[in-house]
Ligand binder design. Structure first.
Ligand code: BJW
Ligand code: ZN
Length: 262
């Protein structure tokens, strides 16, 4: 374990360009449930059954119920030490690209907390799967801030667009839907140029996001993984740190940032 942390520390310390890909595990210690594994189910349904356009077309009330409860829940969660350490890295080391699959907004809030009176935008992540606190009109495509008090009593009470009265949905990317080409394109380009791709708390099974570390690896860069469990990426990782993001990310980056100041 100590060997892997030391190796990862050297790799990050020597890297000029760093890409970070995060998944649900980075927010687990903030209390946000992950998707897969124990506790990753919602009313015994798998994400693949609910996070689809077909599920929304069939039963928008059920899908809204899931998203409204998660939206309310994450609004009460706070960034943990992993989010904060990553925001500090992105603010102090401008050649860092933070990419998240999470829709919970906790990286944004960490950036704002760490930047204080400075500009936080350099630590805002590329959110490849969207944001749960925004709505998207399924008819006209307008994006608007989402409300917390979504009335999921019946299909008739679900939120409607102010502009066209079309049905609103959460502004997230479901299975079978295309990711924003600008956002995933920028992610792939950063991955191609990166010396190191640090992958934190993702099962790395959902594509195209899971291609990010593969692209860095194929382009000659190095992959470092932080996860309590092995993943499909483990075999290509130069260092696999087994443990919790809230402990290992600060342990890795605090030392790295001290070294960078020397
Ligand atoms: C900790 C921890 C702690 C716990 N510290 N770690 C290639 C091959 C096969 C399939 C495909 C392919 N390309 C595309 C597909 C299809 C599909 C896909 O990938 N399917 C696979 C599942 C088989 N992909 C898509 O459909 C994508 N769209 C697409 O490809 O479109 C093509 C297209 C082109 C043009 C026109 C039209 C279409 C879209 C994928 C969208 C995924 N959306 C979701 C829901 C978002 C909204 C919401 O939040 O509800 O995104 S699904 C869900 O999975 C969510 C997550 O972002 C994503 C990834 O999950 P994540 O983050 O990895 O979480 P978990 O739970 O899986 O893992 C947590 C990890 O944390 C675990 O490893 C734990 O061990 C660890 N952990 N505690 C550190 N404290
Ligand atoms: Zn509309």
């Amino acid at each position: 374990m100590i060997g892997a942390l030391e190796r990862a520390h050297t790799l990050v310390g020597d890297a000029e360009r760093i890409v970070v890909l995060t998944g649900a595990g980075v927010s687990a210690e903030s209390g946000v449930p992950t998707f897969r594994g124990s506790g990753g189910l919602w009313k015994s349904r798998r994400p693949e059954e609910l996070a689809t356009p077909g599920a929304f077309a069939r039963d928008p009330r059920l899908v809204w119920e899931w998203y409204a409860s998660r939206r309310t829940f994450v609004s009460g969660c706070v960034p943990n030490d992993a989010h904060l350490a990553l925001a500090r890295l992105a603010l102090t080391h401008s050649a860092t690209t933070l990419i998240t699959q999470n829709v919970d907004g906790l990286h944004h809030r960490a950036a704002e907390a760490v930047a204080r009176d400075e500009d936080p935008t350099g630590a805002y992540p590329l959110e490849v799967h969207g944001a749960i606190h925004r709505d998207l009109c399924s008819s006209c495509g307008l994006r608007t801030p989402g409300r917390l008090d979504v009335d999921t009593t019946s299909a008739e009470t679900l939120p409607r667009c102010d502009m066209c009265a079309g049905m609103l949905r959460p502004d997230v990317v479901w299975f079978g839907e295309a990711l924003d080409p600008g956002v995933i394109g920028a992610s792939f380009e950063a991955a191609r140029l990166a010396d190191v791709c640090l992958v934190v708390g993702t099962s790395a099974v959902v594509y195209p996001a899971a291609s990010v570390p593969e692209i860095t690896h194929q382009a000659g860069g190095t992959v470092i993984e932080i996860n309590p469990e092995a993943t499909p990426l483990t075999s290509m990782a130069a260092a696999s740190l087994r443990g919790l993001a809230g402990e290992l990310v600060p342990a890795l980056l605090a030392e790295t940032m001290i070294d960078r100041k020397r």
